[in-house]
Ligand binder design. Structure first.
Ligand code: PLP
Length: 547
C-alpha cells in the first residue's frame, strides 16, 4: 500500500485505501467521496453497489493520462462500440429531442470536478443525460432542414484527423494537409465538372471552409477589397450586394461583418411564377437604377437549391449581368451541389463558368461528417490579398519563396483542421458511382413521398420537387389565414410524436412543410411511416376543427 494512497469520506471520516471494502459494507446508501493520490471519485453506495463502485473507480493503473497509446486503444475501442451501438439503436430515440429548455442544468453539477471521473461514469452520463437532449440528425426518420450526413468513411477520416490533431495553417505546419486539400478539391471539382479555372493548377483552387456561411463571407471580403482597390477605400458606403429573397441568411450576416451598409443589400423579390428563382430582368433593372444614383454594384450571390424550396437561379443569365457590371459572382450550392455529381442533374449548374466562386457543403448530402464546406475560386490572389497577414513568428522559407499555398490566407481563422482527410476517405472508400447511387436513391425516395402527397386530396405539393426536398401543405378547409395556423399545428403534432422530424418554411406568405430526404439510413419504409404519421395527425386536426 502506498503511504499517500488514502481515502476521505464525506462526513469528515478519513480511511486508508485498505479500508475501502470495509467502508462500503458498513455504510449503506451513503454518498462516498474518496481520493487516491490526486484522484477523487464520488458515488452513491447502497447494498449491492459495492462491486460497481470498484469497477468504476479510476485507480492508479487505469486513470487517463494526457496521452497514452494503450489507453487510447482501450478507450477508443470502447467509444467506437458505444457509437456503433448508438447507430444500431438510433430508431429507439425520439428523432427530435423532447426535452425542455434548461433540462441539463438540473442534471449536471454546477462546476467541473476537481479530480478525474471514470470513463464509464462519463459514458453512463452520455446515455442517461446527454442523449435525451440530442436531436438525431442521423436517424432514418430525420427529414428536417437539410441533411447533415455521417458515414463510416467520413467518421474514420474525422477520427484520423482528430488523432493526428495538426493545425495546418501554413504549408510548413503539415505539408500533407495543404497538399491533400488541394488535390481532393481538384478531384471534387472534376466530379462536378467545374470549369478548369477553378482547379489549383492555374490561378484558382479549392479550400475547405467550416460552413457555407464562412465561404460566402470570405469571398465577399475578397470582392469588397478588390473593388475598393479599384475605386478607392472611401467608397465602402456605395458598394451594393444583390441576391434574391430566397438567398440564405448567411449572406446577410456576411454583409454585416464586411461593413456593407444595410440599405445597400438588395434582396430581390421572387415568386411562384419563376418557382422562386431570381429574375435576371429584375436584377438588371435594379443594377441600372443603382448605377444612376452613383452606387457601385459589386457582388451577386446566386443559389442552386435554395434553403426554403430548392429553387435554382439561372446562373448563365445572372452571371453575364454580373460580368458586364464588373461584379463578383458567387454561387451557393450548399445543399444541391452534391446532386450535380450525377450527369442528369449537372445542368442545374450550367452557367457556373460565369462564376468567380462556387460552394457546396460536402457535410450536407455527400457522406462527409460535419464540417466540410468546399469553396472554389477562380482567382485565389483576391482571397489572399484580402485575408493575408504575415507576422514574423509565422515566416518560413517555403512561404517567403511563394512556393506554396498557405490556407490561413483563404479563411477567417488562423488555425485549421486536417479536414481533407475525411473527404479523401469518402471519395476513395465509396467512389463516384456509389456516391451517385446514394444521391439518386434519396431523390427517388423524395419522388415517392411527393406521389404519396399527390394521392391525398387533402394536401398539395407547393413547389415542383427538383432534388430530394418536397414542399407540401395541408389544404385548409376554409381560407382563414391560408391555413397557416393549421399547418403550424400539423408540424408540431407530427414532431411531438418523436417518430419523425420535419421542418417548415414560408413561401408567398404561406406556411409550408418541408420533407427533406437525405439521411444515410433512410429507406422507403421510413418514408412510408413518416407519411402515415403526417396523415394521421392531419386527420385528428381536421376532426378537432370540425371537418
Ligand atoms: N446556403 C444554403 C443554400 C443552405 O441551405 C444553407 C444551410 O442549410 C447554408 C447556405 C448555410 O450553411 P452553413 O451552415 O454551412 O453555413
Amino acid at each position: 500500500m502506498e503511504s499517500d494512497g488514502w481515502l476521505s469520506v464525506l462526513m469528515g471520516y478519513e480511511y486508508r485505501i485498505g479500508d475501502l471494502w470495509e467502508l462500503m459494507r458498513v455504510r449503506d446508501e451513503v454518498r462516498v467521496t474518496f481520493i487516491f493520490v490526486g484522484l477523487k471519485e464520488s458515488v452513491d453506495v447502497d447494498d449491492d453497489d459495492s462491486s460497481s463502485l470498484l469497477i468504476n473507480t479510476p485507480t492508479m493503473e487505469n486513470r487517463l493520462k494526457p496521452m497514452d497509446a494503450e489507453q487510447l486503444r482501450e478507450y477508443g475501442h470502447k467509444m467506437v462500440d458505444f457509437i456503433a451501438d448508438y447507430y444500431k439503436t438510433i430508431e429507439n430515440f425520439p428523432v427530435l429531442s423532447q426535452v425542455q429548455p434548461g433540462y441539463l442544468r438540473n442534471l449536471l453539477p454546477d462546476s467541473a470536478p476537481n479530480q478525474p471521473d471514470s470513463f464509464q461514469h462519463v459514458l453512463d452520463d452520455v446515455q442517461a443525460k446527454i442523449l435525451p437532449g440530442v436531436t438525431h440528425w442521423q436517424s432514418p426518420n430525420y427529414f428536417a432542414y437539410y441533411p447533415s450526413n455521417s458515414s463510416v468513411a467520413g467518421f474514420l477520416g474525422e477520427m484520423l484527423s482528430a488523432g493526428l490533431n495538426i493545425v495546418g495553417f501554413s504549408w510548413i505546419t503539415s505539408p500533407a494537409a495543404t497538399e491533400l486539400e488541394m488535390i481532393v478539391l481538384d478531384w471534387l471539382a472534376k466530379m462536378l465538372k467545374l470549369p478548369e479555372d477553378f482547379l489549383s493548377a492555374g490561378q484558382g483552387g479549392g479550400v475547405i471552409q467550416g460552413t457555407a456561411s464562412e465561404a460566402v463571407l470570405v469571398v465577399l471580403l475578397a470582392a469588397r477589397d478588390k473593388v475598393l482597390r479599384r475605386v478607392g477605400k472611401d467608397a465602402l458606403e456605395k458598394l451594393v450586394v444583390y441576391a434574391s429573397d430566397q438567398t440564405h441568411s448567411a449572406l446577410q450576416k456576411a454583409c454585416q461583418i464586411a461593413g456593407i451598409h444595410p440599405e445597400n443589400c438588395r434582396v430581390l423579390n421572387t415568386n411562384s411564377s419563376t418557382n422562386y428563382a431570381l429574375s435576371p430582368e429584375l436584377l438588371s433593372e435594379t443594377i441600372s437604377h443603382d448605377r444612376t444614383t452613383g452606387l457601385i454594384p459589386f457582388f451577386l450571390c446566386a443559389t442552386v437549391g435554395t434553403t426554403s424550396s430548392t429553387a435554382v437561379d439561372p446562373l448563365l443569365s445572372l452571371g453575364k449581368i454580373a460580368k458586364s457590371n464588373g461584379m463578383w459572382f458567387h454561387v451557393d450550392a450548399a445543399y444541391a451541389g452534391s446532386a450535380c455529381v450525377c450527369p442528369e442533374f449537372r445542368h442545374y449548374m450550367d452557367g457556373v463558368e460565369e462564376a468567380d466562386s462556387f460552394n457546396m457543403n460536402a457535410h450536407k448530402w455527400f457522406l462527409t461528417n460535419f464540417d466540410c464546406s468546399a469553396l472554389w475560386v477562380k482567382d485565389r490572389s483576391a482571397l489572399v490579398q484580402a485575408l493575408s497577414t504575415n507576422p514574423e513568428f509565422l515566416k518560413n522559407k517555403a512561404s517567403q519563396a511563394n512556393m506554396v499555398v498557405d490556407y490561413k490566407d483563404w479563411q477567417v481563422p488562423l488555425g485549421r483542421r486536417f479536414r481533407s482527410l475525411k473527404l479523401w476517405m469518402v471519395l476513395r472508400l465509396y467512389g463516384l458511382e456509389n456516391l451517385q447511387c446514394y444521391i439518386r436513391n434519396h431523390i427517388k425516395l423524395a419522388k415517392h413521398f411527393e406521389n404519396l402527397v399527390v394521392q391525398d386530396p387533402r394536401f398539395e405539393v407547393v413547389t415542383p420537387r427538383i432534388f430530394s426536398l418536397v414542399c407540401f401543405r395541408l389544404l385548409p378547409p376554409n381560407d382563414e389565414d391560408h391555413g397557416n395556423k393549421l399547418n403550424g399545428e400539423l408540424l408540431d403534432a407530427v414532431n411531438s410524436t418523436g417518430n419523425v422530424f420535419i421542418s417548415h418554411t414560408v413561401l408567398s406568405g404561406k406556411y409550408v412543410l418541408r420533407f427533406a430526404v437525405g439521411a444515410p439510413l433512410t429507406e422507403e419504409k421510413h418514408v412510408n411511416a413518416a407519411w402515415t404519421v403526417v396523415q394521421d395527425k392531419a386527420t385528428s386536426l381536421l376532426l378537432q376543427n370540425g371537418n
